[in-house]
Design a protein around this ligand. Structure first.
Ligand SMILES: [Zn+2]
Length: 167
């Protein structure tokens, strides 16, 4: 970077600045997007009856790669972690409950990571969704324990989606 010509460094800085000003969170699913609502939330072809809940925007990309999921998403932006001082209010959980309360959604798939934090987050959300008429499912095994959703291969993710179960 230091050895690069000035104009290259400036071009890179400008590209980053443009990216930063263009990118925002979708007002519905909280994925990173240039337009809000995002393309997925706006798409006529996506089922409004299913919401797949993930920890990070990259997890949305991982599930989109499988081409098996035709519903909508909800990005939590993390997982509950008392060790790191992250509580439910730091995540987009309230917003998810509000979407469930609207009554259109029939199934919510909790696709948080198969880690301690991810499991705890799924359990917490499951409890919060109890008052609503919505089926709550969790991704099946097939995902490596302690792994990250974004690094899972497509076959593993497809199996995990197919084998999701009631919790
Ligand atoms: Zn969206």
């Amino acid at each position: 970077m230091l050895r690069a010509p000035d104009n290259q460094a400036i071009a890179l800085a400008e590209a980053l600045r443009d990216l930063k000003t263009r990118m925002r969170f979708c007002e519905i699913c909280f994925n990173i997007t240039e337009t809000s609502p995002c393309v997925v939330c706006q798409s006529e072809g996506r089922s409004r009856k299913m919401i797949c809940v993930v920890e990070e925007p990259l997890d949305v990309l991982a599930i989109e790669r499988t081409r098996q999921f035709t519903g909508l998403y909800h990005v939590l932006h993390g997982a509950i972690s008392p060790m790191e001082g992250i509580g439910p209010d730091d995540l987009k959980i309230r917003e998810l409950v509000a979407r469930a309360a609207e009554g259109t959604v029939e199934e919510i798939i909790l696709a948080t990571n198969p880690s301690l934090e991810g499991e705890n987050t799924a359990a917490f959300i499951h409890k919060k969704l109890a008052p609503y008429q919505v089926r709550v499912t969790r991704l099946a095994h097939g995902l490596p324990v302690g792994g990250d959703l974004e690094y899972a291969d497509e076959i593993t993710l497809i199996r995990a989606l197919e084998g999701r179960r009631e919790i």
